[in-house]
Design a protein around this ligand. Structure first.
Ligand SMILES: Cc1cc2nc3c(=O)[nH]c(=O)nc-3n(C[C@H](O)[C@H](O)[C@H](O)COP(=O)(O)O)c2cc1C
Length: 198
């Protein structure tokens, strides 16, 4: 049972924190999505309910605000998942030194919460994961993602996981690099720490 330390009092939380995992590429077996899934598993192990909004649903999102009729069902589902979230993990590949269009399009849908009581990601812990084939794009993409989360009033966790995936460390849902594995667990634990005390 998750523990809530609010106001210095140790109280058992009856509801599990809900952690949304958002990210990936056009491939469901991308390093970017596998890394996100590993991190979500660590959040679950720490007591969270989780959901991964990955490749298939990212690709079912039209360009944000491209349809005058409004959001399609996948878009509506994403906005509701964001509204429900007590914490978020975002995973993007580095494309040309910044986050991918596919992931940014999904993030654009968060604009729908601009007039909510909880605006955007206000107060939410957000863990960030970036994959690229070189360290330069890892650094610039992580910095771009942090700026986006700040713009959305979220709280990026101290650890952001930057992964140089050019060595092919992800295969069949697992990561063979122990240091990367540990970081993916740690970022989830940092999200959980604040998700439980919000
Ligand atoms: C359009 C595109 C642009 C890319 N740009 C970069 C880049 O600027 N720097 C880099 O290190 N890797 C770049 N890559 C490689 C991706 O970062 C890499 O495919 C991804 O992060 C990790 O692999 P995944 O596709 O299995 O998730 C690019 C890939 C694509 C498809």
């Amino acid at each position: 049972m998750p523990i809530n330390h609010r106001y210095g009092v140790r109280v058992e939380q009856t509801k599990k924190p809900f952690i949304l995992g958002l990210g990936g590429t056009t491939s469901p077996v991308s390093s970017t999505e596998v890394a996100l899934a590993i991190s979500l598993q660590a959040a679950e192990a720490a007591g969270a309910e989780t959901e991964l909004f990955g490749s298939d649903r990212l690709m079912a999102l039209p360009h944000y605000r491209s349809d005058p009729a409004g959001l399609n069902q996948t878009g509506k589902d994403l906005v509701e998942l964001v509204r429900r979230a007590d914490g978020i993990l975002i995973s993007s590949p580095g494309y040309h030194g910044t986050i991918s269009g596919l992931v940014k399009n999904a993030i654009d849908y968060i604009e729908e919460t601009s007039t909510d009581g909880r605006t955007y990601l206000d107060g939410l812990p957000v863990g960030l994961i970036v994959t690229a084939y070189g360290w330069q794009a890892v650094g610039s993409t992580l910095a771009a993602l942090r700026s986006i989360v700040h713009a959305l009033r979220g709280w990026p966790t101290p650890l952001g996981v930057g992964i140089n995936a050019s060595g092919g460390m992800f295969s069949q849902g697992v990561c063979t690099d122990e240091s990367v594995n540990e970081q993916l667990k740690m970022v989830a634990q940092q999200v959980m720490l604040r998700a439980e005390t919000r």
